[in-house]
Design a protein around this ligand. Structure first.
Ligand code: OVV
Length: 400
């Protein structure tokens, strides 16, 4: 007789938001992937998935696995959100279709084509200055310095907000996790940053010609309200800076720890457009996001009851040996397409072309000038409930 009853998923007794896990998530992903396609994390009362097939299928299924109840641990159906929900990240169709559509108009390939030469210029200047220094901090001096030079200006944000922007994003990404000490620390410090960010998104405070103003022009055209426009601009601040910073920082660390890959890239600069995706596959800045089951749904013969929070381990899926050969290998020649570092499905990262372009111009500045990216000290990680973040990265750029 065939047994059609869905089996209870295995329980995993690891604190996936504990310091040990967040300091080195990759040391723990095998346990998650091998437990089964679906597992429970009883400490948080949630389910989890860490294999590429189930993670991407769940991301794709926005009807059964909704975002409107929050993409963090907190369930907006029963808990007060940490901040007014994002109109992109924390919505479902039809609202999401409208907001994403109007934002796609603002962050267009045409816009990026116009920005590329200016950004390359900025990256060249920055890198040229760094090469004359013997030691640099890859985080502070490059991975933070570059996005902060170009991105707030692209949005049209008021000047002088760099520290607020960094703290605002760290607090936002921590708030997707539990109310642990990591959350508490940034949250306690975040009030001035939240106030700055909120005011920076108002129309009157945005500089003319930026993407921020362009969102308000979409509101003028009737595609959203003025209040919605401010909150959509907030998405640029939340999702557009720390993500890119840590993506760049993690990529610099990948090259510093794989000198043969840097030599390969210098030999084959035509690979430069693909490098950032392999860097994100190998070390995903956004490690996890949640979805919420909108009804009883079965995945891999496991029943997921309505209302269950499901934690998707994007970074673990990106190293799933079922999907990738030699997944632990950082290999710039591999085809990394299909990685879920930018997510997948209708919510897939709006800013992915922006992030790729930032990486491309930074690499374009480094490639002709730097023979070797040398690690000259211990990298220091900043623990975050969602991001794989670096606090400092002692590097030396050896001039070519
Ligand atoms: C932190 C984060 C990631 C992605 C999107 C957003 C925020 C948003 O506010 O829309």
């Amino acid at each position: 007789m065939q047994d059609n009853s869905a089996a209870a998923p295995p329980s995993i007794d690891i604190d996936v938001f504990g310091d040990a896990f967040l300091a080195d998530p990759y040391a723990h992903h095998d346990v998650l992937r091998e437990a089964g396609p679906v597992f429970q994390l009883p400490q948080y009362g949630v389910y989890g998935m860490a294999r590429h097939q189930e993670v991407s299928a769940t991301l794709k299924d926005w009807e059964c696995f909704v975002s409107s109840r929050g993409v963090g641990l907190s369930d907006f159906a029963v808990e007060e959100p940490w901040r007014p929900p994002s109109l992109l990240l924390e919505t479902d169709p039809p609202v999401h279709h409208r907001t994403r559509g109007l934002m796609n108009q603002v962050v267009s390939l045409l816009e990026l084509r116009d920005l590329k030469a200016r950004w390359q210029d900025e990256a060249d200047k920055l890198v040229e200055g760094l090469i004359t220094q013997r030691r640099i901090d890859g985080v502070l001096d490059l991975a933070q310095a570059f996005p902060l030079r170009i991105f707030p200006a692209t949005i049209g944000l008021p000047d002088g907000g760099d520290d607020h922007l960094l703290l605002y994003a760290m607090a936002t990404f921590n708030a997707f996790g539990p109310r642990n000490q990591i959350f508490q620390q940034t949250n306690d410090a975040a009030a001035p940053a939240i106030a700055w960010a909120t005011s920076a998104c108002e129309r009157a405070n945005l500089k003319p010609g930026g993407w921020g103003e362009k969102v308000f022009v979409q509101a003028d055209a009737g595609l959203c309200s003025q209040e919605e426009a401010a909150r959509l601009v907030r998405s640029f601040l939340s999702a557009g800076i720390d993500t890119t910073i840590n993506g760049l920082a993690n990529m610099l660390l990948a090259f510093a720890s794989h000198p043969e890959q840097w030599r390969k890239l210098r030999d084959r600069p035509e690979l430069v457009k693909r490098v950032f995706d392999e860097a994100l596959r190998w070390d995903s800045t956004v490690q996890t996001f949640f979805r919420t089951a909108s009804c009883d749904v079965e995945v891999a013969n496991t029943l997921i009851p309505e209302g269950t929070k499901v934690l998707l381990f994007l970074a673990a899926a990106n190293r799933d040996p079922r999907r990738w050969s030699d997944p632990e290998l950082f290999d710039i020649e591999r085809n990394a397409s299909g990685h879920v570092g930018f997510g997948y499905g209708i919510h897939q990262c709006l800013g992915q072309m922006v992030a790729r372009l930032e990486a491309e111009v930074v690499l374009g500045a480094l490639l002709p000038r730097v023979a070797e990216i040398r690690l000259v000290g211990e990298p220091r990680r900043t623990l975050n409930n969602t991001l794989h973040a670096l606090g400092s990265l002692p590097l030396e750029f050896v001039r070519a």
